[in-house]
Write a protein that binds this ligand. Structure first.
Ligand code: GLC
Length: 394
């Protein structure tokens, strides 16, 4: 019997097999990829929980709990919990977890799990709330924007938006991934830490990124929705309003990043798709429309297997390079959520189709060339199972 591997049923079966293969039953989470990424990563595991929920699998609850079990005493949810071997870089004083933040996608994960009848235990939800409280109280500026103290915290560690901090490589020709990785590792030496081990400040790198602010506000709003919590909802609204007031760049029609330490004295406006993520939370329809429209424009982020992560017309754009142009399935998922929030149903459906095709054809690659669909990075990578969530429709 010939089965259509592109059918919805076949897609679900393949994603279940992918997650099964990467599942660590003893520790209760999927590794993103057993060779390249043999640890727990915060937003990866939140996305895995979302995928498990769409598959109707109880491991959704276990994996979300595993993310939050790493929480430090005062509330930071670390971006990594270490697997059997130590990480390949010093990530702060804690022996079992990193000391860094990452986009706190657990608010969204809670909402998706509840919607799929996989309500997490009260303790998990309380930990998620504390994690967001910590970012609000320990990582917020007077402008109501949140900041990161290391590029790893933003989730997009080699982004061209960090080029102005003295990191090596600017254009496709002079960029060297290993040199940038070494530069990032060296930045760990610039950090100070709170008593519980959480990273507090950096002498060389502090920024309020558009993407990270959008993610914090989005996750506050998602959890507020589940809990009907007015305090969290108000915080989400304040960050979103601060983004519109202080980060909106009318020239690029994207949300930009605000440097606090290093990075120059003006907004960093390099056109990257993280600059569209404000559409997840803004109440400004003009901003949302102007940013979201660029996802389909060929000179910006529109590409056959896109959106690209860096505008195609920008000199840093490299469709094959990690965080410097390639298409990322988890970003496509978040952009799909944003498109649906603004009722751009056709655009969202087209993005879901493209992502599903590229996910299947690349063998579930970590990211891919948006021009050709060629799989790149770790193959297979668990978060690419998000294609199932986008096919399911919510
Ligand atoms: C890379 C990405 C980060 C991700 C991790 C595991 O470090 O930059 O966002 O969480 O890989 O997939």
């Amino acid at each position: 019997m010939v089965t259509d591997r592109r059918s919805d049923a076949a897609l679900r079966a393949q994603v279940l097999e992918l997650l099964d293969r990467h599942w660590d039953g003893d520790r209760g989470f999927c590794v993103p990829n057993p060779t390249t990424y043999p640890h727990l990563w915060l937003w990866d595991s939140c996305f895995h929980a979302v995928v498990w929920a769409h598959l109707g699998d109880e491991r959704a609850v276990q994996e979300l709990a595993a993310v939050l079990e790493g929480q430090l005493a005062d509330g930071l949810v670390p971006h990594m919990r270490y697997g059997a071997i130590p990480p390949d870089a010093w990530l702060g004083p804690s022996p079992t977890t990193s000391s860094l933040a990452q986009p706190p996608m657990f608010g969204h994960a809670v909402k998706v799990l509840v919607a799929h009848g996989k309500t997490p235990p009260a303790e998990t939800i309380a930990q998620a709330q504390r994690g967001l409280d910590w970012l609000w109280s320990s990582r917020r500026t007077e402008l109501d924007l949140v900041y990161v103290v290391h590029p790893w915290e933003a989730g997009n560690d080699h982004s061209p938006r960090w080029d102005g901090w003295g990191a090596p490589g600017r254009t496709r020709e002079d960029y060297d991934r290993a040199a940038r990785a070494a530069w990032n590792k060296a930045r760990m030496g610039d950090l100070t830490f709170h008593d519980d081990g959480a990273a507090a400040w950096s002498s060389t790198f502090v920024a309020c990124p558009a993407g990270f602010n959008a993610y914090v506000a989005f996750n506050l709003a998602e959890l507020a929705d589940v809990l009907d919590d007015h305090v969290m909802a108000e915080r989400a609204g304040r960050i979103a309003a601060a983004m519109d007031e202080h980060l909106w760049d009318a020239e690029q029609e994207l949300w930009a990043d605000l440097p606090l330490v290093g990075g120059g004295d003006r907004l960093v406006t390099t056109p990257i798709s993280d600059g569209v993520m404000g559409a997840l939370v803004t109440t400004d329809a003009g901003h949302a429309d102007a940013a979201l429209a660029q996802l389909a424009v060929p000179a910006r982020f529109g590409a056959p297997f896109g959106p690209t992560n860096v505008a195609r017309s920008h000199p840093a754009y490299d469709p094959g390079m990690y965080w410097r142009g390639a298409a990322w399935p988890h970003l496509s998922y978040l952009l799909w959520v944003a498109l649906r929030r603004w009722q751009r149903r056709d655009d969202a459906a087209a993005l879901a189709r493209r992502t599903r095709d590229a996910a299947l054809d690349s063998g579930w690659a970590e990211y891919w060339d948006p021009e050709t669909g060629q799989g790149l990075g770790a193959v297979p990578q668990t978060w690419t199972g998000l294609a199932v969530a986008m096919t399911d429709g919510g």
